[in-house]
Ligand binder design. Structure first.
Ligand code: GLV
Ligand code: MN
Ligand code: MN
Length: 411
């Protein structure tokens, strides 16, 4: 039996929480920011302290290896330490801090796995200001889209330049690889970020699938005019076309299948002036569902709503989509996790993830499972995000026991 230390876990979570952009409420360590660089450096140092052979790879992922007795084959675990703006202290961090605690607890219990155990803090899991999420896990699994390097932020700076500014060379990053044929399992521990486990009074969630996501950027082009002298019937108001499209996102998702979601996460008007008809509007949003077919239908429906809102106003519209398919996780690794949770006497439930995770990308290259622990009030992506320490510790015990079971499978 291993005995994770609540004190060490509390301290590791608190140490990361201190690395925040203090100008913002809550906890902010967005990818490409100074606090994020500091956060990943601190994880690198912590990995080395616990005895891992650790480095930051060309894609910004912090990777630490605990050598196994037989070597050659690998088990992987980990999550991310970047946050959304004004986010919380647990989303992602629990999986990284939890993995480090598993290593310490294995050492203390004298447990040496046969497999190499690889701990990863994936770079840039949350959508960055260029609209791209899971940057590190996309790179590591060879699906990073080079076209993204040319996307510009609001200040006209490219994603490629923003990467270079934090020490990531885009060319080298593209060449980043991983020997997936040697990986027998990836298991990610994460907070649920929703209310289900808390409502059911359950300790551990076993994740069956991870949601598909269709993210979009819509650009509306109208005409800049005087707000006081231009008649309502003579305007080409890009802001109004965008506003109509915002409501269409809500409408489409409300009429979607169970669990379907639609969110507009940002709208900007140019010029943002109270007495000028809006010339240009940019809107960013997404649909989520585990039903890939519905996602395609939602994309088409929104595109025609945006076209309708625009055409009637003499406004042009262009939409770009970044689709991400839903992903079923691996049945046999999940079964190992289920047995581990039962052996530990913990309660469990099966659920799908409405949140995105690096595990969705890793699952394309390696058998993958996810373990969830409860989120108080189901809150996440906000400063109130909280998971009780006892629940985090149960998650760490479940992760450790699941890894031991995966280690025992001979290949
Ligand atoms: C990541 O947390 C996401 O679901 O957007
Ligand atoms: Mn998140
Ligand atoms: Mn997360």
């Amino acid at each position: 039996m291993i005995a994770p230390s609540a004190d060490r876990v509390r301290e590791d979570l608190a140490a990361l929480a201190r690395l925040t952009d203090s100008a913002q409420p809550g906890w902010t360590r967005t990818a490409l920011s100074e606090p994020d660089v500091a956060g990943r450096e601190s994880v690198l140092a912590r990995m080395r302290e616990v005895g891992l052979d650790a480095r930051i790879d060309p894609a910004g992922n912090v990777i630490g290896v605990r050598r196994g007795a037989r070597g050659g084959r690998m088990l992987m675990t980990g999550s991310h330490t970047d946050t959304v703006p004004s986010g919380g202290r647990f989303d992602g961090m629990v999986g990284v801090v939890g993995a480090l605690e598993v290593v310490r607890a294995f050492d203390e219990a004298g447990i040496r796995l046969d497999h190499d155990l690889v701990v990863v803090d994936f770079f840039g899991e949350e959508p960055n200001r260029f609209g791209l999420s899971c940057v590190g896990s996309r790179a590591l699994t060879g699906v990073f889209d080079t076209a993204m390097l040319d996307v510009l932020d609001e200040e006209g700076r490219s994603f490629g330049d923003a990467l270079a500014a934090v020490g990531i060379d885009p060319a080298t990053m593209m060449a980043s690889t991983w020997p997936w044929d040697r990986v027998d399992a990836f298991i990610e521990l994460h907070i649920e970020q929703g209310p289900m486990l808390e409502h059911a009074g359950t300790s551990i969630g076993l994740v069956s699938s991870i949601t598909g996501i269709s993210r979009f950027r819509a650009l509306f082009g109208g005409r800049r005019d005087h707000a006081g002298t231009t008649g309502m019937d003579r305007r080409a108001d890009a802001g109004c076309a965008a506003a109509g499209t915002v409501l269409a996102v809500e409408r489409i998702a409300r009429s979607g299948p169970d669990g379907a979601k639609g969110t507009t996460g940002g709208v900007t008007f140019t010029p943002a002036a109270v007495n000028v008809v809006t010339e240009a509007a940019e809107m960013r949003g997404e649909f989520r569902s585990i039903d890939d077919e519905w996602l395609r239908t939602a994309e088409e429906t929104l595109a025609s709503c945006a076209a309708e809102e625009s055409a009637g106003r003499g406004v042009t519209v262009e939409m770009e989509w970044l689709p991400q398919a839903p992903r079923r996780l691996d049945g046999s690794v999940t079964e190992m996790c289920r047995r581990a949770v039962d052996d530990l006497g913990l309660s469990r439930a099966e659920l799908f993830s409405g949140a995105e995770h690096d595990a969705a990308f890793i699952a394309a290259r390696s058998p993958t499972a996810m373990l969830f622990v409860p989120s108080v009030g189901g809150r996440s992506h906000c400063p109130e995000e909280w998971t009780e320490l006892d629940d985090v510790i149960d998650g760490i015990r479940a992760l450790a026991e699941s890894l031991r079971r995966a280690d025992a499978v001979r290949r």
